[in-house]
Ligand binder design. Structure first.
Ligand code: ADP
Ligand code: XUL
Length: 526
């Protein structure tokens, strides 16, 4: 019998299911359910409820429950051998939280296969909607928690990140302050990930360590709840949170509901669900310290794997646990494709012409530099946007093409230095990774080979691979992570771009010059 593993990714806009066959080394099922399209009655737009206050972004958790039921039906309809699924794991959009009342535990452990999941779970919420990662309404609570923990560096050192508006701790604090009665009625607080796992396991599921790191509540090094952070957040919080568990553990067997209704194997194991970022690290094959993925999407995101826990003294980057037991970082640069596109618009260039600009200018750009803050920037923190040019004439189209990309790559290198790792291999993903001229600059600035990596459903694939790894370990084997992920996570064949030594030397020098320019300007404008 085939050995199948299911990964589910409950993301902002959709739920994706991925089934892998471990022996055939292939993905045999992959489907997504778009929330807005499948469940229009909830009135979500791009998966979230529109609120009068743009800082408040919530989603009704029942939409995730409906999607879970529907994906199960899709698996059956697609002819997946449900009895051959040995373990299930999942991924959830990080930071989002679900608030359950005193009825929840009994409802979860008595899911009735004659009813729908929605029918079984209506009435178990002490908060009708869930704040998600796009919510930025907790600025005051961030300040309060940070100061109770002793300031920025102490908070970052303790929890892996500075306090951020979207992180779960500040969100819980706001709920406690604004709706104290509903907070009191809350018996359990789950993450999106652990909520989904709770349904599958038919009980309150643990929070996985990697995802727990996105809460400002977990001790990042000891990987358990941080008493001081809990105290700084809300009273009696320790009683409302489940335990924190390692990624490779088993949290139970699949609930009877799914066996009876969808034909799951009665022995199928549930592996703790993690966050979408830790799962993507696995789905992109970043299982060795020093491996890095750079996603060139609307924003540019840097994911790196490191063996030791180091935190960002400036509090700009995040440290989460990696499912391998290592640590991962996530650093988000807002002016990614947004900035490159603005240069195209300003000079009426298409991507071919933009590439010509890169091909017709030398590494170092003859001293022409830019700070590419077309929009407010996350890293470094720039609240008032403004593009800064040095030796760069306003009408120099090709100079701008190179200046924006060099600035982005130098900034990524500069602001990931606190990790103190030498990157050994970079995988480039996202729309702009199609552009080989951009990737050459990435390779040269980092003095590291870059390969293109096609990643459409990296989080759900990563979840399926995590299920396979945990199940195999539970069977008594000790497979290397590399062995598990390699057949599913290879970069695009033949896409490797090596650094060019002369260009590397130019950028080594330029890095400190860029840092000085940035420091000088930041002193003035932030
Ligand atoms: P998202 O973050 O929305 O998922 P994608 O990863 O899909 O974004 O990336 C889309 C972006 O990729 C487009 O907005 C565009 O700016 C950029 N892009 C597409 N092709 C190229 C190219 N050849 N060169 C540079 N950028 C490109
Ligand atoms: C990470 C973050 C998002 C969410 C949703 O800190 O906020 O990446 O995980 O994808």
């Amino acid at each position: 019998m085939a050995r199948l593993f299911l990964g589910l990714d409950s993301s902002t806009q959709s739920l994706t299911g991925t089934v892998i066959d471990l022996d055939a080394q292939e993905v045999i099922f992959e489907e997504s359910i778009n929330f807005d399209q499948a469940f229009p009655d909830y009135g979500t737009q791009h998966g979230v409820l529109i609120s009068e206050d743009p800082q408040i972004v919530h989603t009704p958790p029942l939409i995730w429950v409906e999607a879970l039921e529907l994906i199960m039906q899709r698996l059956v309809d697609a002819g997946v051998d449900m009895g051959a699924i040995l373990a299930v794991s999942g991924s959830g959009q990080q930071h989002g939280s679900v608030y359950l009342n005193a009825k929840a535990e009994a409802a979860l452990s008595n899911l009735d296969p004659n009813l729908t999941l929605i029918e079984c779970l209506t009435g178990v919420f002490s908060r009708a909607t869930s704040p998600i990662w796009m919510d930025s309404s907790t600025h005051v609570e961030c300040d309060e928690i940070r100061s109770a923990l002793g300031g920025l560096q102490a908070t970052t050192e303790a929890t892996g990140s500075n306090t951020f508006e979207r992180f779960t701790g500040p969100q819980i604090r706001k709920f406690y302050k604004q709706e104290p009665d509903a907070y009191r009625e809350t018996k359990h607080i789950a993450l999106v990930s652990s909520f989904m796992a709770s349904i599958l396991v038919g009980g309150i599921a643990p929070i996985e360590q990697g995802d727990g790191a996105g809460m400002n509540l977990m001790d990042i090094r000891r990987r358990c709840w941080h008493a001081g952070a809990l105290d700084a957040t809300a009273p009696e919080l320790v009683d409302k949170l489940p335990s924190v568990q390692p990624s490779n553990s088993i949290c139970g067997q699949i609930a009877t509901y799914f066996i009876e209704k969808y034909g799951f194997n009665p022995g199928a194991k549930i592996v703790p669900f993690s966050g979408d970022n830790p799962c993507s690290v696995i789905g992109t094959g970043l299982v060795k310290p020093g491996m890095v993925a750079i996603s060139l999407g609307t924003s540019d995101t840097y994911f790196g794997t490191m063996a030791e826990c180091r935190t960002d003294p400036n509090g700009e980057g995040h440290v989460f646990g990696s499912p391998t037991g290592d640590y991962m970082t996530l650093i988000c640069f807002k002016n990614g494709s947004l900035a490159r596109e603005q240069v195209c618009r300003d000079f009426k260039l298409d991507w071919n012409a933009f590439s010509q600009g890169l091909q017709n200018t030398p590494p170092g750009n003859n001293g022409k530099m830019m700070l590419p803050w077309f929009e407010p920037e996350i890293v470094p923190r720039v609240l008032q946007p403004g593009v800064v040019r040095k030796n760069l004439e306003l009408d120099d189209a090709f100079g701008h093409c190179r200046a924006v990309v060099e600035a982005q790559m130098l900034s990524m290198r500069l602001h990931s230095q606190w990790m103190n790792i030498a990157s050994s291999e970079i995988y480039a993903t996202g729309g702009a990774s199609a552009n080989l001229d951009i990737l050459q600059i990435m390779a040269d600035v980092n003095n590291c080979p870059v390969s293109q990596f096609e990643s459409t459903n990296g989080a759900s694939l990563g979840a399926a691979l995590r299920a396979a790894q945990a199940w195999t370990m539970d069977e008594g084997a000790s497979p290397e992570w590399e062995q598990t992920v390699a057949p599913f996570t290879q970069p695009v064949p033949g896409s490797r771009i090596d650094p060019q030594p002369e260009a590397v030397a130019v950028y080594e020098e330029l890095l400190s010059e860029y840092a000085l320019l940035e420091q000088g300007v930041l002193g003035g404008i932030t």
